[in-house]
Design a protein around this ligand. Structure first.
Ligand SMILES: C[S@@+](CC[C@H](N)C(=O)[O-])C[C@H]1O[C@@H](n2cnc3c(N)ncnc32)[C@H](O)[C@@H]1O
Length: 270
């Protein structure tokens, strides 16, 4: 299995997303706390651009509540899942890599939700996306980024255990169980993290679907994520991309940074 996350290709990414997209609605459909926060922060901002919109979990309700929404994603599997509901809600859907997006329109809010920013493994990719986001901001527009706050075990080289996340019933009356694990990507030659300053972890999602006869079908998706991304590092990236942070939050309930397990920044052109 691939060890070096920097050799991760878009074909590898799509293979993982094909598995994840099959269970995405069951997995993330019940999540609404981030959406409530986004609806609140988007208030009064008519034109919204979501980068990495995936299944349209956020873009569709934003459009249904009256915003003019453009949704961008690079994954055919995720777009296939989201397209019907996004079209129905009136979302303008674009298949594109957010690192090199170029649209004519400008937006009152550019959104990078649910840890999507952590799919950007290299500093040059992070800066490319922030640069694109800045280019697409209208005068007075805001960029909102929501990601997982650094955790104490992000830099622990011991592989994390496979942990139970949920067991849910599908419409097809199957029981599905999800487990997930996080393992720091190591340089096998010396056993240390590939880059402690910008660490990457392998995330494994394991879904087990049990049908009425008791047969189990297991699917695994393994993908790399940039972890331990601090507010300080994000401030530096924003500055380099010609942006500046206006507000920081630590949870979807808009607690102070450090008081929750998220980091959320609202930024504007500097
Ligand atoms: C964690 S999902 C989030 C989906 C959706 N925003 C939500 O909140 O449910 C991340 C999404 O980002 C997309 N993505 C990752 N890298 C991308 C890139 N370079 N360009 C466009 N989309 C990308 C993936 O295809 C995936 O759909």
């Amino acid at each position: 299995m691939l060890d070096d996350p920097l050799r991760w290709s878009s074909a590898d990414q799509e293979r993982a997303l094909r598995t994840i997209s099959r269970w995405y609605d069951l997995d993330f459909g019940p999540l609404t706390d981030d959406l409530e926060m986004i609806l609140e922060l988007a208030s009064g901002r008519e034109r919204v651009l979501e980068l990495g919109a995936g299944s349209g979990r956020i873009a569709s309700p934003l459009a249904a509540s009256g915003h003019r929404v453009t949704a961008v994603d690079s994954s055919p599997a995720m777009l296939a899942l989201g397209e019907p509901r996004m079209r129905e809600a009136g979302v303008d859907l674009r298949r594109s890599d957010m690192r090199c997006l170029s649209l004519e329109a400008r937006y009152d809010l550019v959104l990078i939700g649910l840890s999507t920013f952590q799919h950007l493994l290299r500093r040059e990719d992070q800066l490319a996306v922030l640069g694109c986001a800045r280019t697409h901001l209208a005068a007075g527009g805001r960029l909102l980024i929501d990601w997982t706050a650094p955790r104490p075990d992000d830099l622990d080289p011991t592989p994390g255990p496979m942990q139970f996340e949920w067991m849910r019933r599908t419409d097809a009356e199957e029981w599905v169980t999800k487990h997930a694990a996080q393992e720091l990507a190591l340089d096998r030659s010396c056993g240390s993290a590939i880059d402690r300053a910008s660490p990457i972890a392998w995330i494994t999602y394991q879904y087990d679907a049990v049908d009425d006869s008791g047969s189990v079908e297991r699917s695994l998706a393994r993908f790399p994520l940039r972890v331990n991304l601090s507010a300080g590092e994000m401030s530096g990236l924003l500055h380099e991309a010609g942006l500046r942070a206006v507000d920081w939050f630590g949870s979807w309930q808009l607690d102070e940074p450090g008081e929750g397990d998220r980091l959320i920044v609202s930024a504007e052109a500097a």
